[in-house]
Design a protein around this ligand. Structure first.
Ligand SMILES: Cc1cc2nc3c(=O)[nH]c(=O)nc-3n(C[C@H](O)[C@H](O)[C@H](O)COP(=O)(O)O)c2cc1C
Length: 147
């Protein structure tokens, strides 16, 4: 069935099942984070935090791979870039809960997942991981995984 016309950015997004080890240039990586930064967030708090590695950053790369379940590890093996998305659910300055933090993170991840068309990158999002393994990554106590 032919679907209604939608924005090509949305239409071309999909969850890949295989990845190419072809390295991502710094320009592409910076551009992905820049796209995330442009996402809307309540009070412009931008409560997302990202920990990423490329395969040459072996120590962080191995830790990130360890966070994944064995099935997702299989898929991650060939990826050129891995990233852990975290969220600050409390506002450290006001000592109050950030009720919209997960919405904010979701919007930022949406921007990551678009296939921009200017290069051939595509992003998969995985919720299935091993929380205990990534606890050692958390940059501050107010920053948690979204689940
Ligand atoms: C929050 C979230 C968590 C997900 N977790 C996983 C996962 O752990 N493993 C996986 O293979 N896919 C995961 N996916 C991908 C979904 O399975 C995928 O988006 C869905 O099947 C629709 O396919 P599409 O993205 O190609 O349209 C996740 C997607 C989201 C948004």
């Amino acid at each position: 069935m032919k679907h209604k016309k939608i924005n090509p950015l949305i239409e071309n997004r999909y969850s890949p099942r295989a990845y190419s080890r072809e390295p991502l240039s710094e320009e592409i990586i910076e551009s992905l984070f820049e796209a995330a930064r442009w996402a809307a967030s309540a009070r412009n708090a931008q409560p997302w935090r990202f920990i990423f590695a490329t395969p040459d950053r072996k120590e962080t790369w191995d830790k990130l791979v360890e966070c994944l379940t064995p099935t997702n590890q299989e898929w991650a093996r060939d990826a050129p870039f891995l990233m852990l998305a975290l969220v600050q659910k409390t506002d450290p300055e006001r000592n109050s809960e950030r009720k919209s933090a997960l919405y904010d993170l979701g919007l930022a991840m949406g921007n990551f997942s678009f296939k921009p068309g200017i290069w051939d990158s595509i992003c998969g999002i995985w919720a299935v991981f091993r929380p205990k393994k990534h606890a050692k990554f958390l940059p501050s106590r107010s920053c948690t995984n979204p689940w």
